[in-house]
Design a protein around this ligand. Structure first.
Ligand SMILES: Cc1ncc(COP(=O)(O)O)c(C=O)c1O
Length: 359
């Protein structure tokens, strides 16, 4: 018998969430973000469920090549572009598109023998991560339009705060900056991540770039995935593998962080930080045991964690436990652990078996 932990991947939820993204921006093309092994969900079956997307984006070259080799014909964008001139041959061979975000890449393109490359020229409108400065942008665009290596240019930027309802100001500044630089230009444009897709229709432009919403999680602190009509794709579950009856004053786990203040029935679950569950999730982080809400007790260890069974009806050895997903929004777990759903999804360990539920 394998360890009982598993991640169910519901491909019909992916299809549903893709349709939700389309409904928000019916006139835009949709580029599905499937970097980091499709946010931890597994690349190829995720791509298969999202096969109606107009393009894919990721940043791992080997994953992009494996998508091409699997037969996907839509544009595949590498979000950090290329790092060396040598890589450009692979971009040409596999017809991959590249984000161009600094002038060293422009120099590589100008000396390259490759032809017919499609690029997304990224402007740093205020996030200060990747992108040309607004001052560099016009000249660089002019240079790029003269290069034989380039067939097609799309203009893009990325928002730092589209998810943050308390900070509309920096979002507006970024949008204004991008519009000021690009509205007079003829190239297609791309700005919107999930938060912007759902909250700011004025950002939809030619290409939307949904990531987290496809996986059924909310990018917003003030709105749940359910309220946004998104369905969770990944459900992480396991079983109770041991039960203990604690006397008042007994402690649980490394560091004895939880001390029972009354007789307490606890269950040990086969799930720990080596599976991707966050070690910093404190006592009281929610879990479901046999579909009833309960909570983590004490410190998460590498392979196990403890849950409170005191008020759980019929809790016994092998009772099913949901760590997140259907019935328990991942955002709740992330919030309790002081992180975001993105990090929990991406951190799912390769040792956790994925059970893919077809469309
Ligand atoms: C350039 C770019 N576009 C779009 C996305 C998708 O963002 P989200 O998952 O918030 O929709 C990301 C993800 O970080 C990104 O880096």
């Amino acid at each position: 018998m394998p360890r009982p932990i598993q991640a169910q991947i519901d491909l019909s939820a992916l299809v549903h969430n893709l349709n939700v993204a389309r409904q928000y921006a019916p006139n835009a093309h949709l580029m599905a973000i499937i970097k980091a092994n499709a946010y931890g969900h597994g690349l190829l079956h995720t791509a298969q469920a999202l096969k109606e997307a107009d393009a894919f984006a990721l940043l791992e070259l080997d994953a992009a090549i494996s998508l091409r080799e699997a037969g996907y014909r839509q544009p595949i964008l590498l979000l950090e572009g290329f790092f060396t001139t040598q890589e450009l041959a692979l971009f040409e061979q596999y017809q991959l598109s590249a984000v161009v975000h600094h002038n060293e890449q422009v120099i590589m393109l100008s000396t390259s023998k490759q032809q017919g490359l499609n690029i997304f020229l990224k402007i740093n409108t205020g996030m200060n991560r990747l992108g040309l400065s607004p001052e560099q942008f016009p000249k660089t665009l002019e240079t790029l339009t003269t290069l034989r290596s380039i067939r097609h240019i799309t203009l893009m930027t990325h928002f730092a705060n589209a998810d943050d309802v308390t900070d509309n100001k920096s979002f507006t500044q970024q949008l204004q900056c991008f519009n000021r630089l690009t509205t007079e230009l003829t190239q297609p444009r791309s700005l919107a991540n999930s938060a912007a897709i759902m909250r700011y229709p004025e950002t939809h432009a030619d290409w939307i770039r949904p990531g987290i919403m496809l996986y059924g999680a909310s990018p917003f602190a003030d709105k749940t995935a359910k309220e946004l009509n998104l369905k969770p794709v990944m459900t992480l579950s396991s079983n109770i593998i041991a039960i203990h009856h604690l006397k008042k004053g007994s402690s649980v786990g490394y560091g004895g962080l939880f001390i029972a203040d009354k007789p307490t029935k606890i269950g040990i679950v086969a799930c720990g930080y080596a599976d991707g569950y966050p070690r910093h999730a404190p006592t009281n982080t929610p879990v479901l045991v046999s579909n009833q809400r309960s909570k983590i007790l004490g410190r998460i260890s590498m392979d196990m964690l403890a849950v409170d069974l005191t008020n759980i009806k019929n809790a016994q050895l092998n009772s099913p436990v949901t760590l997140w997903g259907k019935g328990l929004p991942i955002e709740e777990v992330a919030k309790s652990a002081g992180t975001i759903s993105y990090e929990l999804l991406c951190a799912l360990s390769p040792r956790v078996e994925k059970i893919v539920q077809p469309v």
